[in-house]
Design a binder for this molecule. Structure first.
Ligand code: NAD
Ligand code: 0WE
Length: 263
């Protein structure tokens, strides 16, 4: 179909072959986009460059970027600007809270530092990347982030990350309103639970996947390919009328108000 032909995209958030950002990169490449990447630190550099190579992309367009650093964010766009005059798509697929924030009761586990870090890395970083990218964003550019339904409804143990995702979803609306007059669209995908690195080691994550298999209308979990396909649509001109929106890609789990056991 190549419905992203001629689009230049920057993808932030690849850490492994299972990353949601990897599913997004695969769909973008299939639809004809040119892709640049960032990696969080040197440990991830090789993996990201390998992905760029596998997808036929220029491995020189892989830049380090810890999103807690304004200097590193600025350097990404300074470097990207040497090869690309404009950016059509920005994908933000980053989330982090200190591990101890994601276990135990909300009141017990939340700390000022946990709140600060989770909101800095998971929510402010979307605004920071968008602000830094702004001068090179093309007319009709698209920005996309990844969220989770615990922004809206309580999920045990997600704790302060739920507040950070609520902030992120609000940020999508404020950015969409602010950048809309330039033709720039800003959206989020609210993904169902997927077994990625960010999910590995989360207590009871397997239980969450099997909950989705029982509770979702489609009776299954979602794949990074399905999230990638929706991302490609939202970041293409096919979605030219959609902005400020959070689109669920969760096999329908979020629509259910109550679920009975089915043996
Ligand atoms: P992942 O671990 O593959 O990706 C998380 C990414 O965040 C990694 O690439 C990591 O390098 C990056 N990151 C963390 N701290 C960073 C920092 N300081 N600077 C730069 N990058 C940093 O996991 P994923 O599941 O693909 O997560 C991607 C996004 O999807 C996150 O926003 C997550 O909240 C969201 N999400 C995940 C699920 C799920 O079940 N896996 C569901 C809904 C939404
Ligand atoms: O957004 C996420 C995961 C976010 C995440 C994961 C980690 C693990 C490693 C943020 N910070 C960290 N910090 C680490 O040290 N998801 C939507 C996946 C997820 O995580 C959960 C979930 C689900 C679903 C945590 C508790 C409950 C449910």
């Amino acid at each position: 179909m190549s419905f992203m032909a001629g689009k230049r995209a920057l993808i932030v958030g690849v850490a492994s072959d299972r990353s949601i950002a990897t599913g997004i990169a695969e769909a973008f490449a299939r639809e004809g986009a040119e892709i640049a990447f960032t990696y969080q630190n040197d440990k991830l550099r090789g993996r990201v460059e390998k992905l760029a190579e596998r997808l036929g992309q220029n491995t020189a367009l892989c830049f380090p970027c810890d999103v807690s650093s304004d200097q590193e964010i600025d350097a990404v766009f300074a470097n990207l600007g040497k090869s690309w005059d404009q950016l059509d798509v920005l994908v933000h697929s980053v989330g982090y809270a200190p591990r101890e924030q994601l276990e135990g009761g909300f009141t017990e586990s939340i700390t000022r530092e946990g709140y600060r870090i989770s909101h800095d890395i998971s929510a402010y970083s979307l605004a920071a990347l968008t602000k830094a990218a702004s001068p090179m964003l093309s007319e009709r550019a698209a920005i996309l982030t990844l969220t989770y339904n615990a922004a809206v409804q309580v999920v045990p143990n997600y704790n302060v990350m739920g507040l950070a995702k609520a902030s992120l979803e609000s940020c999508v609306r404020f950015l969409a309103s602010d950048l809309g007059p330039r033709g720039i669209r800003v959206n989020a995908i609210s993904a169902g639970a997927v077994k990625t690195l960010a999910a590995a080691g989360i207590g009871g994550f397997r239980k969450m996947l099997s909950y989705a298999e029982k509770a979702s209308p489609l009776r299954r979990t979602v794949t990074i390919e399905e999230i990638g396909n929706t991302a490609a649509f939202l970041c293409s001109d096919l979605a030219s009328g959609i902005t400020g929106e959070t689109t669920f890609v969760d096999a329908g789990v979020n629509i259910m108000g109550m679920v009975f056991d089915e043996d």
